[in-house]
Write a protein that binds this ligand. Structure first.
Ligand code: HEC
Length: 220
């Protein structure tokens, strides 16, 4: 005969078995498979579009000028941050990587890609039109492309685009400078930097000859 104790243990085990069998955890909640149809929403799209005005973390681009180069619909003509030597050096580095293959290290449009017939020759930056073009215009060309030139928005982050813009302006000044533009007390080296050719591709890269660069270090 079952004693009371055995009955209560059996009852307890049965209760545990029954209760654990009908747990309502998160894996049995109403949900939609990705991109599945839903009758809940009027447009029947299970995947919901972002609500208007949604901003992803780290993408609150409050400084519109930094991200567009525009004031209203027009390109602005100032830098969104001060131009320092570091800005120009970074700009030169990025320009030589991303732009010089077509635009040439001088920006005259004689890069090696057009010289091999792979692209139309880009215009020189040293024409009156582009010399007068506002800084924000160059930013916009890098961001959105121009004519057959593709945009560089996925390769070059916004600050680097501005660094390149500052360097392009410096290139433009350098190609139209006179002795009067040189600050008093500074020397203009009479020898231009030598261009060391890369025999493999036939391309030329501007590299300061070791001698010349060590001299300029001494002058500092
Ligand atoms: C693959 C070759 C190529 C590369 C790389 C390239 N460009 Fe260009 N770029 C062109 C060509 C070609 C044009 C002329 C496009 C046209 O007229 O349809 C052009 C035009 C331009 C213009 C002139 C727009 C005008 O108003 O005439 C600017 C400014 C410019 N590029 C900036 C840049 C900058 C800055 C970079 C680097 C971030 C760059 N480009 C990289 C090929 C290139």
């Amino acid at each position: 005969m079952l004693c009371l104790r055995q009955i209560s243990i059996a009852g307890l085990l049965a209760a545990i078995a029954v209760l654990s069998g009908c747990r309502l955890d998160m894996h049995v909640q109403p949900r939609l498979n990705p991109l599945a149809k839903s009758d809940f929403f009027p447009d029947q799209r299970g995947a919901r579009p972002l609500l208007e005005g949604t901003v992803a973390r780290g993408q609150l681009h409050e400084d519109t000028y930094l991200y567009t180069g525009k004031i209203g619909p027009n390109p602005g003509d100032y830098m969104p941050f001060p131009v320092t030597k570091e800005v120009l050096e970074r700009g030169r580095e990025r320009f030589n990587i991303y732009c010089s293959p077509c635009h040439s290290p001088l920006g005259d449009g004689n890069g090696f890609i057009p010289s091999r017939g792979f692209s139309r020759k880009p215009p020189s930056y040293h024409t009156a039109r582009l010399q007068k073009a506002p800084l924000g215009y160059f930013y916009d060309v890098i961001t959105n492309g121009f004519g057959i030139m593709l945009d560089y928005s996925s390769q070059i982050p916004p600050r680097d685009r501005w660094n390149i813009v500052a360097y392009i302006r410096a290139l433009q000044l350098s190609q139209n400078a006179t002795k009067a533009d040189v600050p008093a007390g500074q020397n203009v080296p009479s020898e231009p930097p030598t261009f060391l050719g890369d025999p493999g591709s036939g391309a030329t890269l501007p590299v300061m000859a070791p001698e010349a660069s060590s001299k300029s270090e001494d002058q500092k």
